[in-house]
Design a binder for this molecule. Structure first.
Ligand SMILES: Cc1cc2nc3c(=O)[nH]c(=O)nc-3n(C[C@H](O)[C@H](O)[C@H](O)COP(=O)(O)OP(=O)(O)OC[C@H]3O[C@@H](n4cnc5c(N)ncnc54)[C@H](O)[C@@H]3O)c2cc1C
Ligand code: FES
Length: 278
């Protein structure tokens, strides 16, 4: 009975979640830590999303950026429009509406026992962080782990504290770059594809994962294919305009595929089939 009540609450009707912490990694992004009325609301898969709402300002899909194994539930929100601007004005102790989690999330069992090559561009690091943290928290289940991250500039880098840990960690081979450098930036400058010559992988055992802006996908897929990772071993998270988040309104539909339900995570073989049919 309790479980049914929670499912109904999180399906169509938002629950009120309290903001318990806010950090601001960049000029345009804030990370909100939320507390829920029931622990069940914290169950999700990496790369699932929730619908966030504030009365009078609308509703928007936002990916969960914490790991299912974390104590904290977090969302990283870029200020772009009505809902997200309002959210950036909120304070610790304020409440927001949350429905979900929605979407298929990442099939973590497919990754187990495999080598991993993750690529994150820009805000794509937010949803991928959920999976990155999950892999690091369950490190014994996975093979070699390579992580590539590209940001527009040093000021746009998200989760800088964690990046510092990844840089020196023996558990992940981390490489990053920025599109445009600055005077004090000592790291790589160039597009994320410029990092591929620096890495070595075993294509037989490697799963590639891509999360980033739409323009990045075709170029990163090309690099992964050059490294001889097969189509079926490449996964990506696609973003579409969404309204309901649960397969009712059709706003997210691409040639009969409801991205809010069958995605946002797709295998590259499926992405090609959807694109060919459009
Ligand atoms: C699965 C998924 C996960 C996401 N995860 C995140 C996340 O983790 N963090 C994050 O910050 N964002 C995320 N987004 C993006 C976020 O949902 C959008 O940026 C959302 O529009 C923000 O809502 P808003 O009310 O603030 O902006 P809006 O007021 O909706 O405006 C957003 C921008 O879109 C334009 N726009 C609005 N409506 C339309 C329209 N009908 N056609 C064309 N352009 C339009 C506006 O001019 C503006 O530039 C995700 C989106 C999806 C689908
Ligand atoms: S967002 Fe309504 S059907 Fe997908």
């Amino acid at each position: 009975m309790e479980a049914d009540f929670i499912k109904m609450e999180t399906g169509y009707v938002p629950v009120e979640a309290k903001i318990t912490k806010i950090t601001q990694p960049t000029e345009y992004e804030k990370v909100f830590t939320l507390d829920f009325p029931h622990k069940e609301h914290l169950k999700f898969l990496p790369c699932q999303f929730v619908m966030v709402s504030i009365f009078g300002f609308g509703e928007a899909p936002i990916s969960i950026c914490s790991s299912p194994d974390d104590e904290e539930f977090q969302l990283c929100v870029r200020k772009v429009g009505s809902l997200t601007n309002k959210m950036h004005s909120l304070k610790v102790g304020d409440f927001i509406g949350i429905r979900g989690p929605y979407g298929n999330g990442f099939p973590v069992e497919v990754l187990e026992g495999k080598d991993l090559l993750f690529t994150a561009g820009g805000l794509g690091l937010a949803p991928l962080r959920s999976l990155i943290r999950y892999v690091l928290q369950n490190r014994e289940k996975f093979g070699d782990f390579t992580l590539l991250y590209g940001a527009r500039s040093p000021h746009d880098r998200l989760f800088a504290d964690e990046i510092s840990e990844w840089e020196t960690s023996e558990f992940v081979d981390f490489h990053e770059t920025v599109d445009i450098g600055e005077e004090n930036w000592m790291g790589n400058v160039g597009l994320i594809t410029s990092l591929f010559p620096m890495i070595g992988i075993d294509p037989e055992k490697t799963i590639g994962v891509i999360v980033g802006p739409p323009i990045m996908y075709q170029f990163v897929v090309r690099e992964m294919l050059k490294k001889e990772i097969t189509d079926k071993n490449i996964f990506m998270s696609l973003e579409r305009r969404m309204r309901c988040g649960l397969g009712k309104c059709g706003h997210c539909q691409m040639n009969g595929v409801y991205v809010c339900q069958e995605g946002p995570v797709f295998n590259y073989v499926d992405v090609q089939a959807i694109q060919e049919a459009i």
